[in-house]
Design a protein around this ligand. Structure first.
Ligand code: ZN
Length: 668
């Protein structure tokens, strides 16, 4: 939907290409004329407000930082953003363009003349603005000006792949079908762009029935299942009971038909044109690569293109698993993978993760690979029977610096910071998958400052001593989280002949798998600390960081506006509740929080963390090992839906701060 014509993308991507009309601009044709004092100021709005109102105006403008601290937006401080309906052409020869001046004036005008609410539609637009404001535009910037010409061509093709992947994703999630109903106002259009559809998604607005990019708040109809079927409130349960449930809920198909006569249609047959277009573009990307050291990448792109033609993802997974930090400078994953996006949590969503390999992973890899079997044994022991430790041969996370996220990867708020793939097939079953940590996200000064302020609003001063304003403790959590997806009862584990999806049902199965992984992120810290692999200080910081992570997810609410479980929020509430029940965390309604202002604070009791976390691992891995659905539901009832966790206080404190909403820029 945000797809730009190919030519435009190429120009957008390559600053070196001559911009149209460049030769006739006064700057280049009349260099001898002394520059008339341009004397216009760009100090009308502080940086945070400028960025916020640019989002509301659906304009791809971003003030990166006030580097010279003069309170003025300068040409070297602005970024043009990708994935907007228009391209930003903001700076030429070191000076702002007339297009930029117009955009700047538009943003200032909007900020200084807020909407006066008179009608119900004004009220809707006001809510839409509030939904947008709960995200703080946060820049993922990449500078590719030094790339070779071949690599630049490759990147240009990958940006086209990104747009094609977005198109298919938004066709499948029902957004495209609703696009003609969008009203002309810019905040509604911006919301629809950012949220990948009309629904509000931010905590303070998502449950308001009026909050939608489209008047009347139509519910998107996923193209994955018959529209008729989706009118039933519990249509996923209906599908699960169908005699062909296994086939109908298989990940790379859509369900077509009516009544009981339902069939599973492969993605390649349901979307031949879209899938072929992606395949063609991936082949062009492969052909553009001239670097002989990138053969593994060429092999993957070629295999992925083939899979987009056949719907058989195994060859692509095989080629992908062969890529690593040693044989490529790039990280590409383009495939249908995760299932969290849709109501039945069964169909794999198309996405593109396009990133650079960051060499920082090697040090962690060398530390952790020698103990991976011990980590498996520790989790197997906690799980108990019938699970038995198996030989694990996973790769620890590769670190990547995201360039762009497309399709299912580009979330309205927040972003995936770790991922273990594939989810199905021999590469997954045989532990040959890859795990990555996205290390260039959340390290920007705005994100670090906002997160510390959140931590200080909830934890007492003593507990904050182990809170570090850096990304390393969180990175360690991510590494161990992703590692744990490969440990204990994992994707292919069966109990009484059933996999987790059949035992727990899709959404609860997702919660339990993520809960196992995030509990591993806590549980394995002590194993590593005791062995001297990490310092006492880093272990303490990582517990604290993981608790702040969990509080953040609790604050986002437990269910979506349409009543589906929020996987990570559920995970977080279960962890916080479990720690409270075991006394590793206590809530004192009279204690002062670390910021010295808020009354009512949480205390972390470090001496009780290790035993509490061990008990948590036993509970969680044990439930997965035994396929104990009743126990899983009991955890959810007590902590997700019950009152053990101070949900309201956590929400009130954390939601004062907007969440990161990632935006992307690329210089080339
Ligand atoms: Zn996970």
């Amino acid at each position: 939907m945000n797809r730009l014509p190919l030519l435009a993308v190429a120009l957008l991507a390559c600053k070196s290409a001559p911009p149209p009309g460049a030769a006739t601009t006064p700057e280049t044709t009349q260099p001898a004329t002394p520059a008339a004092p341009t004397a216009r100021a760009y100090d009308q709005l502080p940086r945070a407000d400028l960025n916020r109102w640019a989002v509301r105006q659906n304009l791809p403008v971003y003030w990166i930082a006030d580097r010279d601290q003069d309170g003025q937006l300068d040409p070297d401080e602005v970024a043009a953003l990708l994935f907007y309906p228009t391209q930003g052409d903001w700076v030429r020869d070191g000076r702002f363009t007339p297009a930029f001046d117009a955009a700047y004036d538009q943003i200032v005008r909007a900020a200084k003349s807020p909407l006066v609410v008179k009608t119900e539609d004004d009220r809707r637009r006001e809510l839409v603005g509030l939904d947008l404001d709960q995200g703080r535009a946060t820049l993922v910037a990449t500078d590719f000006t030094a790339l070779s010409e071949g690599d630049k061509k490759f990147v240009g093709h990958m940006l086209v792949v990104a747009d094609l992947v977005d198109d298919l994703y938004e066709l499948q999630n029902g957004a495209t079908a609703l696009e003609p109903k969008l009203p002309p106002d810019l905040e509604s259009r911006s919301l629809f762009r950012r949220n990948r559809g009309p629904a509000c998604v931010a905590p303070a607005t998502e449950k308001d029935p009026l909050c939608s990019a489209i008047p009347g708040a139509p519910k998107p109809i996923f193209d994955l299942y018959p529209a008729e079927l989706q009118k039933q409130a519990d249509f996923c349960a209906t599908l699960q009971k169908h005699e062909d449930a296994r086939t109908l809920l298989s990940p790379f198909t859509v369900v077509r038909g009516s009544g009981d006569k339902l069939t599973a249609v492969p993605y390649t047959e349901a979307y031949p044109q879209q899938m072929t277009a992606i395949a063609d573009e991936l082949e062009k990307a492969a052909a553009a690569i001239q670097d002989p050291a990138e053969q593994a990448l060429v092999a993957y792109l070629t295999a992925a293109a083939q899979s987009f033609r056949t719907n058989d993802w195994r060859p692509a997974d095989e080629a992908w698993a062969k890529m690593n930090v040693d044989n490529s400078r790039w990280y590409v994953r383009v495939a249908p993978d995760e299932v969290y996006w849709e109501p039945c949590a069964s169909k794999a969503a198309i996405h593109l993760t396009f990133a650079r390999i960051n060499q920082g992973s090697r040090a962690w890899q060398q530390k952790l690979v020698p103990v991976q079997q011990e980590m498996e044994q520790a989790i197997a022991t906690a799980a108990g029977r019938p699970y038995r430790a198996r030989k694990v041969t996973f790769h620890l996370p590769d670190f990547i610096d995201i360039v762009v996220n497309a399709g299912d990867d580009r979330d309205p708020l927040g972003a995936t910071i770790g991922q273990s793939l594939p989810n199905w097939g021999p590469v997954a079953n045989e532990g040959r998958g890859r795990t990555v940590a996205m290390v260039n996200l959340y390290g920007d000064p705005d994100s670090l400052a906002a997160r510390r302020a959140q931590a200080e609003s909830m934890l007492d001063a003593a507990s904050l001593e182990a809170y570090a304003s850096s990304t390393e403790p969180g990175l360690l959590s991510t590494i161990l989280h992703e590692a744990t997806h490969n440990l204990g009862p994992a994707h292919e584990y069966t109990v009484r002949g059933k996999k987790a999806g059949a035992v727990f049902g899709g959404p609860l199965a997702s919660v339990m798998e993520e809960l196992k992984a995030q509990t591993g992120a806590l549980y394995l810290l002590e194993l590593l600390r005791a062995k001297g692999i990490i310092s006492d200080e880093l272990a303490a910081q990582s517990y604290t960081d993981a608790i702040v992570w969990a509080l953040g997810h609790v604050s986002q609410g437990m269910y979506t506006g349409t009543g589906e479980r929020k996987t990570y929020s559920n995970v977080a509430a279960i962890q916080i509740g479990f720690l409270l029940d075991r006394g590793a965390l206590t809530w004192d309604s009279k204690a002062r929080a670390g910021n010295g202002k808020d009354v009512g604070a949480l205390t972390i009791h470090r001496d009780k963390l290790v035993p509490a976390v061990s008990a948590m691992m036993q509970t969680v891995a044990g439930i997965k090992a035994r396929g104990d659905r009743a126990a899983a539901e009991a955890l959810s009832k007590r902590y997700v839906d019950g009152d053990v966790v101070p949900h309201a206080a956590i929400q009130e404190r954390f939601l004062r701060f907007p969440k990161a909403s990632f935006v992307y820029s690329l210089r080339m």
